[in-house]
Design a protein around this ligand. Structure first.
Ligand SMILES: [Zn+2]
Length: 368
């Protein structure tokens, strides 16, 4: 801790406030570049350390001088230098907003406590990764949710000023309270959502391949973990299948029903845990529908551990307002069907970001 004090914190206090604002901005953009790697690789189960950055199209290993955040993207006009394939603007957007959030962390907390500025910056980085992964894959990886819970608890002990308290024990109490409240509230909403929305018939194009692995259901455009589908014994996935392929046999033109306790293929019954892999070709699938998934429950728990109970209540209220407005606008604009699923993680993240930067000001205006 003393070395950290001498090497990082003393120089931070010594140099001018503005100088460190620039450092946070630039460093944030560099971190954003790394977050892009996490966003691409975490949901695919790939290592985030090896191999070095490469073009997803031609596999060309990108040299450091073409990997400078934002600048390289503009310099190369958003294309791979080797194969000329367009690079998703997501890369430069993530680098930019990470830089901005790091800068805001310094502007808001730097004068008060440089440690806190660093910790808040890390928290915003986690929110960015969760949002972009959820937006694309409808999942939030455990690295972020479980990792975030541990991070929130540890920081609360080490840095009580996170919860504006002076002792580690009262700070930890705040953190645990936020964690429990966050979990409970979202869990209730998930369960209520299932009761209200009931089942969802997912429209899929003819002859779509549906894959069941040990942990998740894989559709062409989304991956749904079973824990998001099954919360009651009666929850069932129903498919009219053209072809069913198990590891050792095949079925044709039959109905498939999967519940947490049994797998029915036509009239044959199997215990689900004995089937490690199943591939189905079908035109239609019915799954129990939910407004949010179990990933959102863990995500909200992590946010609670970091922001305490006030942060949780604020995040929940504001995220549902933003979610309702955005969802409504998308339906009006004809970009989304009423029954289709909207990832909730990005709304939670946005609300949490608002809370840590201007939440208390907003609450003050609301209340007085
Ligand atoms: Zn390429």
């Amino acid at each position: 801790m003393e070395i950290l004090e001498q090497c990082i914190i003393e120089p931070i206090k010594g140099a001018s406030f503005l100088y460190w604002a620039v450092v946070f901005l630039v460093f944030g953009c560099i971190v954003g570049s790394f977050l892009n790697v996490c966003i691409y690789r975490l949901p695919r189960g790939e290592s985030i350390v090896k191999p070095p950055s490469h073009c997803p199209n031609c596999n060309w290993q990108i040299p450091w001088y073409f990997n400078i955040p934002i600048i390289s993207y503009i310099w190369l006009k958003g294309k791979c230098h080797n194969c000329g394939k367009k690079i998703s603007p997501r890369y430069v957007i993530v680098e930019f907003i990470t830089g901005v959030f790091f800068l805001c962390s310094w502007l808001k907390y730097g004068n008060f406590n440089p440690y806190l500025a660093i910790v808040v910056a890390i928290f915003t980085a986690a929110l960015i990764v969760a949002s972009f992964i959820d937006f694309e894959h409808f999942i939030i990886p455990d690295e972020i949710t479980i990792g975030g819970i541990v991070f929130g608890l540890v920081v609360s002990i080490v840095l009580p000023s996170l919860h504006q308290s002076s002792s580690w024990s009262s700070s930890l109490k705040q953190s645990v309270l936020g964690l429990i409240l966050g979990t409970a509230l979202i869990y209730i909403i998930v369960q209520a959502g299932k009761l209200i929305f009931g089942k969802l018939k997912v429209q899929i194009s003819p002859d779509t391949k549906i894959v069941f692995t040990e942990e998740e259901l894989i559709l062409p455009d989304q991956i749904i973990p079973y824990c998001d589908i099954f919360s009651r014994k009666t929850d069932a996935i129903k498919i009219i299948a053209k072809r069913v392929e198990l590891a050792d046999r095949c079925f044709w033109q039959t109905q498939v029903v999967l519940t947490p306790e049994k797998l029915l293929i036509g009239k044959e019954e199997f215990p689900p845990d004995t089937i490690s892999f199943m591939e189905i070709v079908a035109d239609e699938i019915t799954i129990p529908r939910e407004a949010m998934g179990f990933g959102d429950v863990k995500f909200m728990a992590a946010i609670g551990a970091f922001t305490g109970w006030k942060g949780v209540v604020f995040t929940l209220c504001v995220s549902s307002i933003i979610g309702a407005i955005v969802g409504g606008l998308l339906i009006i604009a004809g970009l989304r069907e009423r029954s289709s699923r909207l990832p909730y993680g990005p709304f939670i993240s946005l609300a949490a970001i608002i809370w840590i930067f201007i939440g208390e000001e907003i609450v003050r205006i609301w209340l007085y």
